[in-house]
Design a protein around this ligand. Structure first.
Ligand code: DWN
Length: 407
């Protein structure tokens, strides 16, 4: 019997997505034979309400000097982070000479907005290659995971922080107790801890099971965030739904009693009860919908193949690793995947071994169908690719349902 990563209660997987490789483990043919796999099974802890994967590969296997995801590949996300920074500055940075820390600062897309305003900041990022990119944008970056030791060292060297921020990072960290202790040590008495991550309620509603992969050890709800950080003296003082990554939630935490609590917190708690996020039956139903989505997508790709259509993938996302490996999609279905990230190009997708090609390949050889793996960037991509559709190309989407976007 497995135990919950946050409260240690017994948990039982409610489903398995099968044998999975590292989601961002893009590889060359000579590496196929040594490829690492683990079982991607999910569980919901009825004691503390935390949705989690049961087995997670060592963090060093996922976050290293060849990490393949760069935040700046989406212009929309760069704008989102500028607005996130403006919101923090306007609401929470009133002290003289504030100090802002970001956990998992990637290529500096969020922190550069503080750097450009002359605000003291520090990015803590375990993947050296993306941290180097952040430095090129003027963002001070420390190559490290964030835990209690890091929190203490940063405080001793730079002083207490006004704000600790994270975006699409907290759900990657298996030892959240270490993060909570680190925040407890580093934050000023009225300091805030803010993070946003894909929201469990949105994933359940949209059957966006591709949010589940090795890096995403948790998919949070408000209840789980309260259970995890409460014992360290923090309370959630605000929640702000975000449209990013297919439906995310921004959580604002402060030391208990240090700041007023927004009514949005109890409203979201009621919404989670109404959605049944605390009930095991909700996850059984999610499982059934995942299986249905898998069967439909595979049937569609098999049919298009039989009709001799050219199908390519758009966006070699981490999420697509779950989709392809769970559904059994391979080079027999998809000719290549177009992606703008140089480090992914010329390599093959994890497990499914489909070639990843530069965007020019898509542009110059429009296929009959493009499978939109980067569905969370749909608006940005649809406006960029209006020519594909007007030329007769069709999009295949699978969230919230498998369908074809015609004409
Ligand atoms: O949490 C995470 C999120 C924030 O980013 C990480 N675990 C890793 C990563 O997940 P992802 O790879 O699923 O993220 P995206 O943002 O959905 O990835 C988009 C991919 O599509 C990138 O490889 C870039 C590519 N892309 C493209 O080729 N053309 C993206 C856009 C917008 C485009 O126009």
């Amino acid at each position: 019997m497995a135990t919950c990563r946050t409260c240690a209660a017994s948990i039982k997987p409610f489903m398995s997505f099968g044998r999975m490789p590292i989601a961002n483990g893009f590889l060359r043919p000579e590496q196929f034979k040594q490829e690492y796999f683990f079982e991607l099974a999910t569980a919901f802890c009825e004691a503390c309400g935390t949705f989690q994967i049961v087995e997670q590969p060592d963090p060093e296997k996922m976050f290293h000097e060849n990490y393949a995801f760069f935040t700046r590949t989406s212009a929309h996300m760069v704008t989102h982070f500028r607005e996130y920074a403006e919101w923090v500055k306007a609401h929470y940075l009133s002290d003289v000479d504030p100090f802002v820390v970001e956990i998992g600062s990637n290529d500096g897309a969020l922190l550069e907005n503080f750097a450009n305003a002359g605000i003291r900041h520090l990015g803590v990022e375990p993947s050296a290659n993306v941290a180097a990119e952040a430095r090129r944008h003027g963002v001070e970056s420390l190559v490290s995971f964030f835990d209690a030791g890091a929190g203490e060292r940063i405080r001793d060297q730079y002083g207490e922080a006004d704000a600790i921020l994270a975006a699409n990072v907290m759900c990657h960290i298996p030892d959240l107790h270490g993060v909570a202790k680190g925040a407890e040590l580093l934050l000023k008495p009225k300091g805030i801890l803010v993070f946003e991550d894909p929201y469990l309620g949105a994933m359940i509603e949209k059957t966006s099971y591709d949010q589940i992969y090795d890096e995403h050890v948790f998919i949070f709800s408000l209840k789980s965030v309260q259970s995890i950080f409460g014992p360290y003296g923090f309370e959630v003082i605000d929640v702000l739904p975000q449209a990013t990554h297919g439906g995310s939630m921004r959580y604002v935490l402060a030391r208990r009693g240090a700041r007023p609590v927004s009514p949005a917190v109890s409203q979201l708690a009621s919404g989670e009860d109404a959605q049944g996020l605390g009930r095991a039956a909700t996850y059984q139903d999610f499982r059934t919908r995942c299986e249905h989505s898998r069967d439909q997508l595979l049937d569609l790709l098999n049919r298009l193949k039989a009709e001799g259509k050219r199908v390519v993938g758009y966006g070699a996302t981490s999420k697509s690793t779950t989709v392809m490996n769970y559904c059994g999609i391979g080079p027999q279905h998809i000719e290549f995947i177009s992606d703008t990230t140089p480090i992914k190009q010329g390599k093959y997708t994890p497990g499914s071994h489909i070639p990843v090609k530069p965007y020019d390949e898509f542009k110059t050889h429009h296929p009959d169908y493009a499978l939109l793996f980067a569905w969370n960037h749909k608006a940005e991509i649809m406006s960029k690719e209006a020519g594909f559709r007007s030329g007769g190309g069709k999009w295949i989407v699978f969230v919230p349902e498998v369908s074809i976007i015609e004409g």
